[in-house]
Design a protein around this ligand. Structure first.
Ligand code: AMP
Ligand code: TRP
Length: 329
């Protein structure tokens, strides 16, 4: 069975973008792949997080993983810091990465360009830790949204460089990006990714949003003045985004949705999208509440960490050995 690995960084509440671009795919893949999914808590602290809030977001993320349908009997689910080899290999990877490579990462460049203050060294070297996350497990595939593709490509380069220097040690992974839903855009500004760090929150739907609130974000979503329901990503990006959301969550093709609403105007399409989103949120939230009450999170993470450590610990020992870091005594 091929191995698949992915992670989410819960710096805030998980969003509909996380669900469509990542989580729902993990769930679909868990039957056909050996699935390893973790909460990337070390990645969260590249920017300061209020401790109590961080703790809540981490717990919620695990509960939401389960609520979205990840099954701990099929997938290995764990917290990154419970497996110490991540930080260790992250440092080793940083020593095998050139500054120029990190300077080329668009996520970092975008933040620089925005003139963000107080950027940390951790933020700059974060792709090295991400590479470690993946390579520790010899993952074959890494299902991610579009924004993470460049980081997985860097991971491939680092794996190949390491293998060339020290001999075959890591499997070279491939990114896996869904055709529909890999980049869900903000409802209030369709030129930007739907993101949990959005300032106003108007364009971002959170998985734990009250259903009325979610509907209130969709109905005024920014569209265009063309006035025709059709697929034109270039000129009607907001409309395209709504159709993409509705398609991802209903399982219908985008064309099918367009043909139903072609003569009905944007209002009807928005109402349909809101219905589909609210149905999805309602079932996730119902399970989320049960999971929080059942207190199964602790046992899921404990078992996950044991399974993950068994793989990661072996790999980090192998890495230290081929680099020459070990002394036999
Ligand atoms: P993050 O929340 O940045 O840790 O992202 C976790 C996963 O969700 C990654 O695979 C991202 O590519 C994916 N993701 C985040 N935001 C979106 C979005 N707006 N559309 C599609 N996928 C997304
Ligand atoms: N960097 C990813 C993000 O922000 C999260 C992540 C960390 C990840 N390590 C990973 C995703 C390894 C896939 C594989 O979305």
């Amino acid at each position: 069975m091929k191995r698949m690995l992915s992670g989410i960084k819960p710096t805030g509440q998980l969003t509909l973008g996380n669900y469509i671009g990542a989580l729902r795919n993990f769930v679909n893949y868990q039957d056909d792949y050996e699935m390893i999914v973790f909460i990337a808590n070390l990645h969260c602290i590249t920017e300061y997080q209020e401790p109590a809030e961080l703790r809540k977001n981490l717990t919620d993320a695990v509960a939401l993983y389960l609520a979205c349908g990840l099954d701990p009997d099929k997938a290995t689910i764990f917290l990154q810091t419970d497996v110490h080899a991540h930080a260790e290999l992250g440092y080793i990877m940083a020593c095998n990465t050139y500054l120029g490579e990190l300077n080329r990462m668009t996520q970092f460049k975008d933040k620089m360009a925005k003139g963000e203050k107080n950027m940390t060294a951790g933020l700059f070297t974060y792709p090295c830790l991400m590479a470690a996350d993946i390579l520790l497990y010899d993952a074959d595939y890494v299902p991610v949204g579009e924004d993470q593709k460049q980081h997985v490509e860097l991971t491939r380069d680092l794996a190949q460089r390491f293998n060339n220097r020290y001999g075959e040690t890591f499997n070279v992974p491939e990114p896996l990006i869904a055709k529909v839903g890999a980049r869900i855009m903000s409802l209030s500004d369709p030129s930007k990714k739907m993101s949990k760090s959005e300032e106003t929150n108007k364009g971002c739907i959170y998985l734990l949003d009250d259903l009325k609130v979610a509907r209130k974000k969709i109905m005024p979503a920014v569209t265009d003045s063309v006035g025709k329901v059709q697929l034109d990503k270039q000129n009607q990006p907001g409309l395209y985004n709504l159709i993409e959301i509705a398609s991802s969550l209903s399982g219908r093709t985008m064309e099918d949705i367009v043909s139903e609403f072609a003569d009905q105007g944007y209002g009807k399409l928005k109402a349909y999208t809101a219905d589909v989103v609210c149905d999805t949120l309602a079932s996730i939230q119902e399970r989320y509440t049960q999971i929080i009450e059942s207190r199964q999170i602790e046992s899921v993470l404990k078992e996950g960490a044991e399974k993950a450590s068994a793989i990661a610990d072996r790999k980090i020992e192998e890495v230290k050995k081929v680099i020459g870091l070990e002394i036999k005594y």
